[in-house]
Every structure is written in C-alpha cells, then in structure tokens.
Design a protein around this ligand. Structure first.
Ligand code: FES
Length: 584
C-alpha cells in the first residue's frame, strides 16, 4: 500500500448505506426504511454492507458522445464488484454540444449543481463520474470538488475517424473545414451530404484535440483518472479495461478515504496547465480549469499562465494544431508518452486517484517506444504553449488567443474594425454582398460573452464574409467576448473581459476604429483615446441583460466573467488566496 495514504482504512461510522440518512427524526427508523426500500430491488444485507460506489451516469439518447455508456457501465460495475464494492448507478444531467440550446455552457453550472447535490444527498463512499462531451467533464469535476468525496473520472473516450473519398476525416475540425469549402462553393451539395455521413464514424467524443479531448488529458494530468484513462477510443477493449480499473480504484479510494481535496491541489492544477499548453489544447479549458480551481478556493493567474506558456512548447501533433487524431495519440502511448517529455516541468509529487503520485505512475508506465505523434521536447510542433494571454485597453481583464492554430501573418496586425453588435446582427449581414469589408480588416463581434448571449457561445470563430470566402480568403483577425470550439482554427481573439454586455470597452468599438494585435507583446489595443471612449459610454450607457424568472434569472444574476471561470458566484467558496501557477 502507498505510503501516501492514512494507515487507518477502516470505514468511518457513517459509511455506505448509513450515510446521509433522510430526516425523519429517528435515525434507526430512517435506516430501517431505506433498507426496506432498497431490498425491494432485490438487494441482500451482505450487498448493502459493502462500500457503496455511486456512479454518476450520463448516458442519454441526446448524447452520442456518451453512446458507449451501457458497455462502460457493465465494465465499471464489474470492477467495483470484483473489488468488493456495491455499484449504485444514478442519472444526472447529460450535455451534448449539438443538442443543448442556447449552448451547453449555459447548462454547465446546472449540471455541476446536479452532480454536487446528488453526490451529497445519496449514500455513497466514493463516486465514479462518467463523462466525455465538452461540458460534462468540467461540470462533474466542479460538482465533485464541492461535494468533497473520493471521486474517479471515467472518460467515455473519443470516436473513431471516418473516410471521405479516401481522405481521413473526423469531428470536428474537418466539419468546419468542409463547411468553409461549401460556403466558398468549392464543395457542392452532394459532396457535403456525403461527408456528413463520414465525419462521426462511431459513438464517442470528437476525435481531434477539441475541448473533450483536452478535458480528458487534463483529467489524467490532474490525477483524477486511472493511468492511461484519457486516450483510449470509446469503442475499444482498452476503454473497457479503463472502466473496470476505474471501478477497482474507486473502491480502494473509498476504503482509504482518499478525498478529492487531496488530488485537486495547486500542484495538480499546475500540471494540468502545463499539459493544456503542451497539447495545444482548447481555449475553453482555461475557463473550465479556472472554475474547477475556484471550487477548491484557488485562483488561476492568467499572467503567470502566459509566462508558463513561453517555456512550454506544443508537443502533441493533433488537429487542429497538428495532423493526427486521438486514436493515433492512444497508439503512441497516450498521456504517459506526453508526460514523460514534460517530466522536468511537472510536479511529480502530486497524488493521483490510485493513491500513488504522478511520478510513481510514470515510473510504472510501459516503456517509451518510437512514434511520431508526441514530439520530443527539443523538436516541438510549436515553440511556445498553444495559448497566449493578451491585455490592453480593449481587454482590461484579459483575452486569449490560440496562437498554435492562428495564421503567423496575422499575429502582428493592425486593421479597421468591422463591427457586429450581436449574433443576430452577424447572421443578418455577414453574407451581404454590400458589406464593407476587406481581407485586412478586423471582424469584431459583441455580446456573446457569459451574460450577453447567456452561456458564452462558441461563436468567436466568425465565418469569413461570403464575398471574401469566394475570393479565397481563409483567415482574418477576429475578436469577441465569446468562446470558440476547441476544434476550430484561425486568428481568433476570445474571452475579451469584461464582456460588452456588462459595459466592457468592447461595447464601444465602432466601424472604422483601428485595432492592434501584437501576440509577441501580448497586446490587444483599441486605438481610440480614453476621452473618446468615455464620451461614447456616456452617450449610450449599457443596460445589462436580465430575466423575469427561472434558471435564466439565476444565471444572469450570478454568472461570473471568463477570468473567474463563468461559474456562479454563490457556488465558489472563499478564496484561500493561493494563486496558480505559483511563479516566483
Ligand atoms: Fe461531444 Fe465534440 S460534440 S465531444
């Protein structure tokens, strides 16, 4: 047994079915009643005396990214029972990117609340969280962090890639690539329908380094999955073995009371940030990591993250920053291969759900072999971390750019603003043949931030205006207070904070203003004087969006800005004052 665990692994007095009794004013009666009901489902006293492992199950007909949930559940329950535990599956909200309106991000905090409260309310000694699609993993980790029990993250795994006319394709970088070609009339209606059949070749999460793959890698880097838990595709035997092993580890964590606060430490978050930069991961992960750290009373320091990025190259050659797909990463050894290259930059003392440290797990991993998906540290695919943090009078609270997926020619750029006031304005005018726009202009989209278009949609990668797309223009500098999909690419500045809807400077940008981006200087400037901006503000003050009732009201009244993780303020505990990374 690991030296890092408490010697006393006896179950606490209130464990298993005795935990969290329903309030009837008589504890004996409460337990008697609970057992009577569960016995109605055929359980014996012997089964009910075992450590109870809750399974937060997110299988849903509306979520094909979790389409392997039945097989995962079977393997996971096998692992729990072989280790002497009692699996208890329960449903929570499930979110798929394409089946959640207005956006899955709007519902992430609701899913986190659902997860937290059901883990807290029901008797269990540990929980296994089955998640995969973009917002599910952060929601579950946020909820589990607040609930405080031992927890293990079981990733559903990536989809397989398909083939269109002998070209390998996968969601969703290729979805965007083909759609852009269709808009440019380079692909006809028949071909776009054919490629639609091939982009998603099986159940599972998007096959590139989008948000789902990023959060899978981050979960393993945090120590929240079993070793090798990030990369196996959804429909493989390796994925089922990960599920069985997750069951065994959950029972062990329950017996050893290895609570989540011992895993989600500042060192674990620093490791996750290194991995995010080195995999060319999704910009969304910064928001999610900030929210997850916030649940532990920790603050992500964006400036320090940027400094970290300057010494952390992109090593993973996966779309959209590189060429390969998740299944190739798995064949290349998955996270063990990547973490080995990053070893000098990692905190190897960080504890994982196995009860062993990251360093111990790396030592125990299969030996390295020759492969071409994870580059050596000295020969990266991009010399710096994938994400740079920008500041300037247009984004006093910061903004970010995924530099590894941007056009080098636009990284130092000054141009004329072409402004869209909101998503509706964009939809109405972007394809207008009379739109006054040139290839060297800067497209600005307002009011798609956390409050402006509740849920901060992934609309930041604005499409090329039709008339420019047909001239062959593939990229322009684009700026917004929204997010973009991890599968997207281009020179796109995101998460401008504060957002336009709460009166950030973005609200006052006008057509024809000059905007300057300098990624080398980390600068995002609106070349308009402070006096002029103040005058514009006074002439048309911003009225923040509001709602009469329901979840929308809760959301609008409590959601924080991007630099705070877009969490609900009332779900975040008092800060410990500790900032990560802790760069001295
Ligand atoms: Fe679920 Fe991409 S839509 S991971």
């Amino acid at each position: 047994m690991s030296q890092h665990l408490p010697k006393d692994d006896q179950p606490p007095a209130a464990a298993g079915m005795r935990k969290g009794l329903t309030s009837y004013g008589d504890e004996g009666f409460s337990l008697f009643l609970r057992k009577a009901f569960i016995k109605g489902a055929g359980y014996t006293d012997a089964a009910l005396d075992r450590p109870v492992i809750g399974i937060a199950s997110t299988g849903s007909a509306y979520n094909p990214c979790h389409g392997n949930a039945p097989a995962l559940l079977e393997a996971l329950k096998r692992g729990i029972m072989l280790a002497g535990g009692l699996p208890m599956e329960f449903p929570t909200i499930s979110l798929h990117e394409s089946f959640a309106s207005p956006t899955s991000m709007y519902l992430r905090n609701l899913m986190a609340m659902d997860t937290e409260e059901m883990v807290r309310a029901q008797p269990m000694d540990a929980v296994v969280l089955i998640g995969g699609c973009d917002k599910t993993v952060p929601a579950q980790l946020m909820g589990a962090a607040s609930a405080g029990l031992p927890a293990v993250m079981l990733i559903t795994g990536s989809m397989l890639t398909g083939s269109h006319r002998s070209v390998r394709v996968g969601a969703c970088t290729d979805c965007r690539r083909y759609w852009a070609r269709f808009r440019a009339q380079d692909v006809d209606e028949q071909e776009i329908a054919q490629v639609n059949d091939q982009l998603v070749a099986s159940v599972g999460t998007c096959s590139v380094m989008g948000t789902a793959s990023t959060m899978a890698c981050i979960s393993e880097a945090l120590g929240m999955t079993v070793p090798g838990g990030a990369s196996p595709p959804a429909v493989t035997a390796d994925r089922m073995r990960v599920a069985e092993e997750s069951g065994r580890i959950a029972v062990q964590a329950a017996r050893q009371r290895l609570t989540i606060d011992r895993i989600l430490t500042p060192h674990a978050f620093e490791n996750a940030m290194r991995v995010l930069l080195a995999i060319g991961g999704s910009t969304n992960a910064i928001v999610h990591l900030t929210a997850m750290a916030g649940r532990m009373g920790l603050e992500i320091d964006l400036q320090a993250l940027d400094r970290m990025g300057r010494e952390t190259p992109v090593l993973l050659d996966l779309k959209p920053s590189g060429d390969h797909y998740m299944e190739d990463f798995h064949h290349a050894g998955g996270m063990a291969t990547l973490l080995r290259e990053l070893k000098p930059l990692l905190h190897l003392d960080a504890l994982t759900v196995t009860g062993r440290t990251l360093g111990e797990e790396l030592q125990a991993a299969r030996p390295a072999f020759s492969q071409d998906v994870v580059r050596p540290f000295g020969d990266p695919i991009y010399p710096q971390g994938g994400i740079a943090v920008l500041r300037g009078n247009l984004a006093p609270g910061g903004a970010i750019i995924k530099q590894s997926a941007a056009s080098p020619a636009l990284m130092e750029h000054e141009g004329r603003a072409v402004v869209f006031e909101d998503a509706g304005d964009l939809a109405a005018r972007i394809d207008d043949p009379d739109l006054d726009v040139r290839a060297d202009d800067v497209l600005v989209l307002k009011r798609i931030g956390p409050k402006g278009h509740p849920g901060m949609p992934e609309a930041g990668a604005l499409p090329m205006p039709m008339k420019l797309a047909r001239q062959g223009v593939k990229d322009m500098l684009r700026i917004s207070d929204g997010r973009m999909s991890g599968t997207a690419f281009g020179t796109v500045v995101l998460h401008v904070t504060p957002e336009a809807a709460v009166g950030g400077p973005l609200a006052w940008v006008r057509n024809g203003d000059r905007i300057r981006l300098s990624v080398s200087k980390r600068e995002l400037s609106l070349l308009v004087t402070a006096e002029e901006l103040a005058a514009r503000q006074q002439a048309a003050p911003v009225v923040e969006p509001s709602a009469e009732r329901g979840y929308r009201k809760l959301f609008l009244e409590n959601v924080t800005q991007a630099d705070k993780g877009v969490d609900f303020a009332f779900l975040v505990p008092k800060s410990t004052g500790q900032r990560i990374p802790d760069f001295k």
